[in-house]
Design a protein around this ligand. Structure first.
Ligand SMILES: [Zn+2]
Length: 227
C-alpha cells in the first residue's frame, strides 16, 4: 500500500486538478484484476483487484494515471492505455485480457539470501515424500507485508513476498511460509456453504504439525511490521 500511495502522490503532482480530492486505495477481490474507482463528494475510492499486489510499480503508475486523467476529465491517452494493457498481459499472462503468449518469466526462486527452490525440494522430500511437482516459483516482484505468499492453482504459481529475502529473517520463517503455500497444493480450497474455504480444518492441522509453526507465528507477530 505504501507503494501505491507513493505512486499516487507522484502522479498527483502531474495532475494537480485531482488534488482537491481525498484518496482511498485498496486491494480487493480474489484472483481479480479489476480496476475500479468511484467519486463521492470529495473522496475518490480506488479499488484494485488483489492480483495487482504483485504488479510492477510501472503498471500501477499507469493505472493510477489513467484514473487521474478520467477524474480530471482529460481525453484518454491511447499510448498510455496500450502500454497498460501490454503490461497486464506480460505480468499476468493467463489472467490478463491479452493473449497468453508468454510463460510466467518474472519470478526467480533464487533470492539474495534464500533459494525458494531449494527450500521447496527439501520440504517436498521431508513432508510430502517428494510427491509434489514444483510449480513456477519465485519471490514477489516487490515487497508486500499484506500478502506473505500465495499459491495460484490456475497458474500453478507460488510466490513468496520478497520482504522475507533478508539477512535478518530466520530461515525457519521462510521455510514455514513455503510450507504453508505447499499445503495449498495438497489441500485445494473447497466450496463451503456460503464461501470458499481456503484453510480447511485439515489444512490447519497439517500446518500446526510443522515444528516451526509456533516459532514462525510468534516471529511474524513480533517482527513483520519491522522488516
Ligand atoms: Zn494460505
Amino acid at each position: 500500500m505504501h507503494t501505491l500511495t507513493g505512486l499516487l502522490n507522484q502522479k498527483l503532482m502531474i495532475y494537480p486538478c485531482a488534488g482537491k480530492y481525498h484518496f482511498r486505495l485498496d486491494y480487493s477481490g480474489r484472483n481479480s484484476l479489476a480496476i475500479r474507482f468511484s467519486i463521492r463528494l470529495n473522496t475518490v475510492t480506488i479499488s484494485l483487484g488483489n492480483l495487482f499486489v504483485i504488479a510492477s510499480p510501472e503498471l500501477l503508475s499507469l493505472i493510477l494515471e489513467r484514473i487521474l486523467r478520467r477524474i480530471c476529465r482529460l481525453e484518454a491517452d491511447l499510448g498510455l492505455n496500450k502500454r497498460m494493457t501490454e503490461l497486464i498481459g506480460l505480468e499476468f499472462p493467463e489472467t490478463g485480457r491479452t493473449k497468453p503468449t508468454r510463460t510466467v518469466e518474472h519470478y526467480t526462486p533464487a533470492g539474495r539470501y534464500f533459494d525458494l527452490k531449494e527450500i521447496f525440494e527439501r520440504l517436498n522430500l521431508d513432508w510430502f515424500r517428494g510427491s509434489l511437482s514444483c510449480p513456477t516459483l519465485g519471490w514477489s516482484k516487490y515487497v508486500s507485508r499484506r500478502r506473505l505468499g500465495f499459491y495460484d492453482q490456475q497458474r500453478n504459481l507460488m510466490v513468496i513476498s520478497r520482504i522475507f529475502d533478508q539477512k535478518n529473517v530466520p530461515p525457519q520463517v521462510v521455510e514455514f511460509i513455503v510450507f504453508h503455500e505447499m499445503l495449498h497444493i495438497v489441500f485445494p480450497s473447497e466450496k463451503g456453504r456460503s464461501r470458499r474455504i481456503v484453510h480447511s480444518r485439515e489444512f490447519r492441522r497439517a500446518e500446526r504439525s510443522h515444528p516451526f509453526y509456533d516459532f514462525a507465528e510468534t516471529w511474524l507477530q513480533k517482527n513483520l511490521h519491522r522488516i
